[in-house]
Design a binder for this molecule. Structure first.
Ligand SMILES: [Fe+2]
Length: 185
């Protein structure tokens, strides 16, 4: 699939120059995914999703400025399959944010693909800092709380999304331990 093979260069083209800090984050997430990939059925899908998960932030892509939805829509236009679009649409508790924004019906044009690849994407995103460094989940959530003002949709959705976020992180960590990658990725 075009988007899967070209995920890194697509993301680089849209983010590296326009949003360098976001690009640093994406590189951190995807580099960690590349360590996990060989251990996982669906490893290439995870790696591609990690490269593409924030492409919706790119200026000029999409119309809602809600990056999971804009990203999923543009990926669909580019020919990505339902799984890739769904992974991007729902990554890291995006449904909770869409609900706050009144965009949940639009997001539900895609399917939230339950399972390990989705949990690992959420885990990697939520344990990689804005600069691309590996951080703890709690530190990342504290950083998000600090970065966004209280009335921002990210802040308004955060507490209600915490159980979903923790669930994904716990399942991802348990699997990583089961394949000998606990504490390494
Ligand atoms: Fe994101």
């Amino acid at each position: 699939m075009m988007v899967l093979d070209a995920a890194r260069s697509v993301a680089e083209r849209h983010l590296a120059e326009a949003l360098p800090r976001r690009w640093n984050h994406v590189q951190g997430v995807a580099t960690r995914a590349e360590v996990i990939g060989p251990h996982l059925d669906g490893g290439p899908v995870l790696v591609a999703a990690c490269w593409l998960h924030d492409v919706g932030y790119a200026p000029g892509l999409g119309t809602t400025r809600f990056h999971p939805l804009d990203g999923a829509r543009v990926l669909r236009e580019w020919g990505a399959d339902n799984l890739m679009c769904g992974l991007v649409a729902f990554h890291s508790a995006a449904a909770h944010e869409a609900d706050v924004l009144g965009l949940l019906d639009e997001l539900r044009a895609f399917d939230d693909p339950q399972g390990l690849v989705r949990d690992l994407l959420w885990y990697l995103d939520m344990t990689t800092s804005p600069d691309g460094e590996r951080v703890s989940f709690d530190d990342r959530m504290a950083e998000v709380r600090e970065r966004y003002p209280a009335d921002h949709y990210v802040s308004r959705a955060l507490e209600g999304s915490m159980a979903d976020r923790r669930g994904a992180v716990d399942r991802a960590r348990a699997w990583l331990s089961s394949v000998g990658l606990g504490g390494q990725v």
